[in-house]
Structures are given as C-alpha cells and as structure tokens.
Design a protein around this ligand. Structure first.
Ligand SMILES: CC(C)(COP(=O)(O)OP(=O)(O)OC[C@H]1O[C@@H](n2cnc3c(N)ncnc32)[C@H](O)[C@@H]1OP(=O)(O)O)[C@@H](O)C(=O)NCCC(=O)NCCS
Length: 162
C-alpha cells in the first residue's frame, strides 16, 4: 500500500492522518460524548490545536473522522492527553496506528520520553499502551470524575527499550 506525506501527516489509499483543524472540533465533540463519561470541551481542543500536536484520522473515501490523538511537549517529555477511535472502527489496529504516528513525530524532534494518565479500569487503552512498552509508574488518586476513579500514570522511555 502506498503511503505519502500529506499536510504534515501521512496518507494511504484508505486512511489519512493530518493535523487537527478547528473545523474538526464538532465531529470530535460528537465522538467525545459517545466515548467518554467526561467529554472534553471545545476550548480544550482549541488549546490542543495551538500546542501543534493534535492529529485526526480520516477515512479517505468519505473523509469521515474516525479517530484523534493529541498531547503536549513539556521540555523533553511528551504527554499524550487524548486518544480515541470511533466505536465502530475499534479493534482494527487504528488506535495503535495513531499512537505509532504521534510517537514517530516526536522521535523526529528527538523526544524519547512519553507520559500519560489513563483510567484504572480502561483495559483496552492500558493494553494498547503496554504494547508500546509503556509501564505503570504511579497512580493519581481520585484523578477522574464521573465516575470517580484513580488514574494510572504510564511512562515510556524509548532510549531504554531493547
Ligand atoms: C483505547 C482505544 C483508542 C483503542 O483503539 P483501537 O483502535 O480499538 O485499538 P487497536 O485496534 O489499535 O488495538 C491495539 C491494542 O490495544 C489493545 N486493545 C484494544 N482494544 C481492546 C479491548 N477491547 N480489550 C482489550 N485490549 C484491547 C490490544 O492490546 C490491542 O492489540 P491486539 O489487537 O494485538 O490485541 C479505543 O478503545 C477507544 O477509543 N476507547 C475509548 C476512548 C479511550 O478510552 N481512550 C483512551 C484514553 S487514555
């Protein structure tokens, strides 16, 4: 399958990953409401866009937005702040594709450390991150609301991988 660079993202003949635009936010908000008990607000996504590390995954044939990933670079560590794949497209490797993409972007900028928080009960996400080598390094008590839950803090240091 041919892969080309597009809008600072990647594209093949099925899917495109490109930078998140303000016009994507209504579609993202719909997904947030479907997938999260505590959806992010429009302003939170606007802020992510301004940090320059916010990307969306689109189906090439109809331009349907089916996923997104974003995060913040702080000094030499990148914090993955959000990741989602539309429910009907989950378990097809797309979450993995988005994480691989954002890690790849940051590696190009010589950032090797990644950090994130995840709900303790969110097994799909925890397993996905573990597949990349993320390790649980701590817990933030009562970090999430609706429902109240602890966050696991997971970290990946690419320099320490075999
Ligand atoms: C977490 C999420 C992004 C995963 O996306 P996805 O496209 O379904 O994931 P993938 O198909 O790429 O799966 C990659 C790996 O994740 C793990 N995984 C994904 N879904 C899983 C599930 N339902 N149960 C257990 N493990 C799962 C597996 O290890 C899988 O690897 P495998 O296929 O070799 O077993 C998706 O479930 C989602 O959007 N959830 C709601 C939002 C969310 O919780 N985001 C994370 C916030 S921290």
């Amino acid at each position: 399958m041919e892969t080309t660079i597009k809008n600072n993202g990647i594209s093949n003949n099925l899917m495109t990953i490109r930078e998140m635009l303000v016009s994507d936010i209504p579609h993202i908000m719909n997904m947030e409401k479907e997938l999260f008990t505590l959806p992010w607000t429009k302003d939170m996504f606007l802020q992510e866009i301004h940090t320059q590390h916010a990307y969306v995954l689109l189906k090439e044939d109809d331009n349907l937005l089916i996923g997104y990933v974003c995060g913040w670079l702080m000094l030499d560590e990148f914090n993955i702040t959000n990741l989602a794949v539309r429910a009907e497209f989950q378990k097809m490797g797309l979450g993995e594709m988005l994480v691989k993409f954002i890690i790849g972007k940051l590696l190009l900028q010589k950032c090797f450390q990644f950090l994130l928080e995840v709900r303790e009960s969110n097994m799909p996400a925890i397993k996905l991150y573990a597949k990349f080598g993320f390790e649980i390094i701590g817990k933030r008590k009562k970090y999430y609301n609706h429902p109240l839950e602890d966050a696991l803090v997971m970290q990946l240091d690419m320099r320490k991988l075999p």
